[in-house]
Ligand binder design. Structure first.
Ligand code: ASP
Length: 317
């Protein structure tokens, strides 16, 4: 990484975005404020050339719909351009090129790199080699920091505050990188985090321990009914089929929780249902028309947050 002269108020300038552990509450307030401005730009009649002349490399070694397309849209809406490498089998990666060499190549052509990779820690390795900022777009079962930022932004937009909330996370808490990041980001606030998963998909002990060290009340159960009535946020996740070595086990647990209109009858009227998407049966389509279903607004927010992040990292807010 190049060392940049700091811009007052913008701690994101020139920095990698690798883990939610790098953020303080001030950073979140700053980026959420910028994201609100970006929403006005995106919804407004005109266009922006804030990032004109800037180039983003989108390097995705794993499938993605929302993360990759929202980064591309974010860059385009701000007048920048993108080198999209979504199909690594068409690039030199399939010729055996290492991640560091691919990163060294892309840094010659671009100003910032978004990387999604199946191995935990890969974004940090890329950042160690890159002279330009690297943004972690999901590293295996590790982290998904930009998703956590958009999730938290959505909670604030939907409910007006974060302190004081009870957040229920349900589904695959073992392999789901979104919940690993979101739980830790939420621990900057005064919240309760309740984890609902079958025994084999429990939230990793290291994350529970980190939450508890930070004084966050936590609870674990396999029964959603025990905690549903108290939830302000119901964060539903997909069982991550691609992470299972034992496909028979996946088949056994994949349908553990399905949110239906009947489920929501037992929940608060002022509550939000969130999901990082894609959903593969965890939330029935009939839930979509419930005003509490926030997952489509959540993914829209993803573009505003990623516009804000790109502008902040490139020092253009
Ligand atoms: N899209 C999210 C991720 O990349 C969630 C998921 O795939 O289930 O982690």
């Amino acid at each position: 990484m190049i060392t940049m002269t700091p811009i007052p108020g913008n701690s994101f300038y020139g920095r990698d975005i690798l883990s939610v552990d790098q953020f303080a509450r001030d950073d979140l307030e700053y980026i959420f404020g910028v994201a609100e401005g970006m929403r006005d730009i995106a919804r407004g009649p005109g266009s922006s050339d804030l990032l004109r002349g800037k180039v983003l490399s989108c390097l995705f070694y794993e499938p993605s719909t929302r993360t990759s397309s929202s980064f591309v849209a974010a860059m385009s809406r701000l007048g920048g351009s993108v080198i999209p490498i979504n199909e690594v089998h068409y690039s030199s990666v399939t010729k055996g090129e290492s991640l560091p060499d691919t990163i060294r190549t892309l840094e010659c052509y671009s100003d910032v790199i978004v990387l999604r990779h199946p191995e935990t820690g890969s974004a940090r390795i890329a950042a160690d080699f890159a002279r330009i900022p690297v943004i972690n777009g999901g590293d295996g079962i590790g982290e998904h920091p930009t998703q956590a930022l958009l999730d938290l932004f959505t909670i604030q937009e939907e409910l007006g505050h974060i302190d004081g909330l009870s957040v229920v996370m349900v589904g695959d808490l073992k392999y789901g990188r979104t919940v690993h990041s979101l739980a830790r980001l939420l621990s900057l606030y005064n919240v309760r985090i309740l984890c609902v998963a079958p025994d084999v998909l429990r939230m990793p002990d290291r994350i529970i321990a980190q939450l508890q060290e930070r004084g966050i009340p936590t609870g674990e159960t396999a029964d959603l009914n025990v905690v549903l009535a108290d939830a302000d946020v119901l964060y539903v996740t997909r069982v991550q089929k691609e992470r299972f070595e034992d496909q028979a086990l996946y088949e056994r647990v994949k349908g553990s929780y399905v949110i239906t209109p009947q489920t929501l009858r037992r929940a608060k009227e002022k509550m939000v249902v969130m999901h990082p998407l894609p959903r593969v049966g965890e939330i029935s389509y009939e839930v979509d028309s419930d005003p509490r279903a926030a997952y489509f607004r959540q993914m829209e927010n993803g573009m505003y947050i990623r516009m804000a992040l790109l502008a902040a990292v490139l020092g253009k807010t």
